[in-house]
Design a protein around this ligand. Structure first.
Ligand code: C2E
Ligand code: CA
Ligand code: CA
Length: 564
């Protein structure tokens, strides 16, 4: 559990005022840089605050800084220290200060009180300041600056050169852990050394600072005017290391943060560059990525969704919408259950903005269980109503569900609990789920099918191994998304040939073929002429709440379409 408080700048300011009234000393500090943070009208300023240890009439940072520990462990740290005959009590509270734009700055609120030391207090250790030993600002292995040295040096340059613009670059050796496992720690160090030398060679100007912050992460700080993306990319491409006479190609990625906000903590600047770097996908082509506010926004959103998922679940923020599926006559034969997330302010977050994150964190399994159960309960309600009895509901199953759940067990329990017909609960899986299942030989899909569930391949044609997957798995339905074909005027004819061929192939294999993403009457007519039987798309309806779905069905609105 983290003790770090998440607070807006205003809240921090208020709390600080309160503490200043009730304690002898209260202040905000940037523990990485040993500096007080000034909260002025423009917001926090990490550059011009006093060195925080100056409060101890000291020239050097403290070796046992409680705020440093509080900051790095995200927990409250209390400490007693004696200076001569006075006893000091220091209380360090880590805070994640949220700026108005949403960015989060770590600070520590330090509250200090003192009193005359008693006889007993004399056992409490006296305050010591760091000596040379603690002041090692360099990495022993490479001789580069270490994290502390780098932070301090960057801060100093920024403070002394307010007119110059700078960039901060974070570089990471790809698959370093694997490399170390394969060749041993010694070779690992060897790689780091060679790497450090390469960076030093490339960055030999006196205006440039180079550090090895930790492990295989390096950082460069330099004036923007000396930065060239092409050059950096070329250097990273050329990273070759010889191990036991073999030349290994060591890849490195770099994230670049052009320092637009010199007032923020250096650790946050490094974080920005790291964030950009981690955003690079596994690719040979692109080794450099830039930090941007959009990137930060998307990552903040991602973290918010992951961290507030349980809350959203508890608040019933997730609701299931249904998108009708119709036959040639325009009659509704079923629905696809699609989840929506309603925020407290009434806005809806579309699934594409949170499902991938929840898949990454494994929370998708919990969400999907909820969606499946809602669908099962719905089928139960419909099972006794005329006009609804024959409806099927398709549910989406993420490949990650196979990993976190026993899908067969979960679905069986639902069928049992709601006493529904298995054949009405259609299970939509993507090709990636099929491949996942095959590679792990988990037989989840076989199991589901043998148990009597109807399997549908979703987004057929989107992947690249479509035909092969069909051979390997027994499914009832192919779902093709027209949108994938992205038909323009020029390639429209070819698109049509593809649609026609998939239909013929599906039919030849005895499969039901449904086409989704149908948006216009013209598309619908063309598809009808080709011989398609089942459809889904905005032309008929967007995904809608169940009440609307029932109203539409009641009016039998879709019968008027098609050739009926
Ligand atoms: P999908 O399974 O391919 O779902 C179809 C998506 O296409 C839906 O987007 C639907 O609203 C959209 N769509 C329907 N008709 C049209 C049309 O005519 N034109 C266009 N352009 N789009 C159309 P939605 O609801 O935003 O869902 C996006 C994706 O999120 C889904 O793609 C699915 O992969 C995932 N998803 C949604 N709900 C769930 C869920 O409960 N569990 C899991 N695991 N994934 C879900
Ligand atoms: Ca689907
Ligand atoms: Ca789909």
């Amino acid at each position: 559990m983290s003790d770090a408080l998440r607070m807006s700048v205003e809240e921090v300011r208020d709390l600080l005022k309160l503490k200043q009234q009730t304690h002898q000393l209260a202040r905000l500090v940037d523990a990485d840089d040993c500096r007080e943070v000034v909260l002025d009208q423009e917001g926090p300023d990490f550059t011009f605050g006093k060195r925080c240890f100056s409060v101890w009439a000291s020239e050097l940072r403290c070796s046992n800084c409680s705020s440093y520990r509080a900051h790095h462990t995200a927990s409250i740290v209390k400490k007693q220290e004696r200076v001569g005959h006075r006893l000091y009590e220091i209380h360090s509270q880590p805070i994640h200060m949220v700026l108005s734009g949403g960015a989060v700055m770590p600070v520590t609120m330090e509250v200090i009180d003192s009193r005359e030391a008693t006889e007993d207090d004399m056992t409490i250790p006296a305050k010591v300041n760091e000596n040379g030993e603690y002041l090692i600002r360099h990495d022993v292995l490479t001789g580069l600056l270490n994290a502390r040295g780098f932070y301090e040096a960057v801060r100093k340059v920024l403070r002394e050169n307010t007119k110059e613009r700078y960039v901060l670059i974070s570089i990471n050796v790809r698959h370093f852990k694997l490399l170390q496992e394969l060749h041993g720690a010694e070779k690992g160090n060897h790689v780091l050394l060679i790497f450090a030398n390469r960076i030093l060679k490339m960055e030999s100007t006196p205006d440039t600072l180079v550090g090895r912050l930790w492990g295989d992460e390096f950082a460069i700080f330099k004036p923007y005017r000396l930065f060239s993306q092409d050059r950096l990319q070329r250097e990273l491409e050329r990273a070759e290391v010889s191990i036991n006479g073999n030349t290994i190609h060591v890849q490195a990625h770099a994230g670049v943060y052009p320092i637009t906000e010199p007032r923020i903590p250096v650790s946050v600047m490094v974080g920005h560059a790291d964030m950009a770097r981690r955003n690079i996908r596994e690719s040979r082509a692109n080794l450099v990525s830039f930090y941007s506010h959009e990137l930060l926004d998307s990552i903040i959103k991602k973290q918010e969704i992951i961290s507030s998922f349980e809350e959203l679940m508890a608040e019933n923020a997730f609701r299931v919408y249904y998108q009708p599926q119709v036959n040639r006559d325009g009659k509704i034969v079923g629905a696809e259950a699609l989840v929506r997330c309603f925020r407290a302010d009434g806005t809806i977050i579309p699934p594409a903005s949170f499902i991938p994150y929840l898949e990454g964190s494994g929370q998708i399994a919990k969400l999907d269980k909820f969606v499946w159960e809602t669908a099962a309960a719905q089928l139960k309600k419909w099972s006794s109503r005329d006009g609804y009895k024959d409806l099927a509901i398709s549910i989406n199953v993420s490949p990650k569900d196979f990993y976190y759940l026993n899908c067969r067990q979960v679905l069986d329990n639902l069928v049992e609990k709601y006493q529904i017909d298995k054949k009405k609960l259609h299970v939509e899986i993507t090709e990636s789920a099929i491949i996942y299942d095959m590679e792990r030989e988990s037989h989840t899909l076989d199991d589901l099918r043998k148990a009597g569930y109807v399997l549908e391949i979703d987004d057929f044609g989107k992947g690249y191994s479509s035909l092969n997957t069909l051979k390997n798995v027994d499914v009832e339905t192919l779902k093709i998304d027209m949108a994938f074909l992205q038909m323009t005027e020029e390639n429209k004819e070819k698109g049509k040939v593809i649609l026609k061929s998939i239909l013929m192939m599906g039919q030849a294999l005895g499969l039901k073929v449904l086409i989704e993403g149908v948006e216009t009457e013209k598309q619908f007519q063309t598809l009808l002429n080709m011989g398609y039987d089942y459809f889904q798309g905005y032309l008929f309806s967007r995904p809608i709440p169940v009440s609307e779905f029932e109203a539409v069905l009641h009016e039998n609105k879709y019968r008027i379409r098609g050739n009926a």
